[in-house]
Each structure stands twice: as C-alpha cells, then as structure tokens.
Design a protein. Structure first.
Length: 172
C-alpha cells in the first residue's frame, strides 16, 4: 500500500494533509466550541472523548477507502484551522464533501479554498462524476459556500432524525 503520510495538497494559503490520531487535540480545540460543533451530527460542541472517536472514524475511513478528510493547515502559521475532505456514504454510495473550520477563521474564504482542492482531487484523482453535500437547513454560511462552488440544491432529507439540505455537484 502507498504511504500517504507525507502527501499534501497545496492551495494559495493552505495545505491539506491526511488526518491522523495525533491531530485529535488540535481538532478538539475546534469542535469543543458549541458554535462550531452545533453543525456536526452531535449538534453540540464535542468532549475530548467524543473528538477521539470522531477522529478515529475519519482515520478508519482513510484506511478503508484510501481517501477521506484532510486537516486544513495555514501555510504561514502551520496552525491546523479545521478539516475538509471526502467521505463515502455507505447507504447511498455517494461521495460527500465535508468541511469544518475554527470559528476564528470563518469568513476568510478558507472553506471555499479547501473545498475546491477537495473537489479537484475527487475529479482528477478519484475520477468521480459527482459529489454531494449534506448541510443543516439553517447553516446559511455553509450553503453559501456550497453554491459558490457550483453545488445545486436537490431536496431536504431526513437523516437519522435531522432534516438536512441535500446538494449535488456534477463534475466534468
């Protein structure tokens, strides 16, 4: 199996690298905040133990599918400012794009920059023909990011008791 530990995707201001268990503390510092965590499936800021489980699932996804979520790192400061990447959805067989940033970095274009890198990776490396996104109906900032990236609203769907907006982007 190919060693992915040193692979990075670079953008103008960021780089993305595969998430590891060693990133748990940095991710915890982001997702412990209710303002960030409320957009996750848990609908709240996460405890350290919940963050450990969350990161383990992201690492397991990489091991199973050979793609997944990257940590998003500011190139200048080397600070982990969030995560962004792709997830295979077992029940629908779709590939979902997902992103989450430290609230101190909202509104600076980082989510769009990282998500575009993930879109490019999915198109040129994975050769997928479409991506989906699931977002809480009230998450206007994320919806704005998705539409700016060319995603189109499909419908609202119930996922495990939560109503989420379902978006799709066809890749060419």
């Amino acid at each position: 199996m190919k060693d992915r530990s040193t692979e990075r995707i670079h953008t103008d201001r960021l780089y993305l690298r595969e998430i590891t268990i060693e990133d748990t503390a940095a991710i915890y510092n982001i997702v412990k905040e209710h303002e960030v965590g409320k957009w996750l499936a848990a609908s709240k800021g996460l405890s350290y133990e919940e963050t450990e489980d969350y990161v383990k699932k992201l690492v397991e996804h990489w091991n199973q599918h050979q793609f997944g979520v990257w940590v998003v790192v500011n190139q200048l400061s080397e600070e982990i400012i969030g995560h962004c990447g792709l997830r295979f959805i077992e029940d629908t067989q779709d590939i979902e794009i997902m992103y989450l940033l430290n609230k101190n970095h909202w509104g600076k274009g980082y989510a769009s920059e990282a998500a575009q890198a993930a879109i490019d990776f999915s198109n040129h490396t994975l050769n997928v023909n479409q991506l989906v996104a699931r977002v809480r109906v009230m998450n206007g900032k994320s919806i704005k990011t998705l539409t700016s990236l060319g995603f189109h609203f499909v419908e609202e769907r119930n996922y495990n008791g939560r109503v989420l907006s379902f978006y799709k982007k066809v890749l060419v």
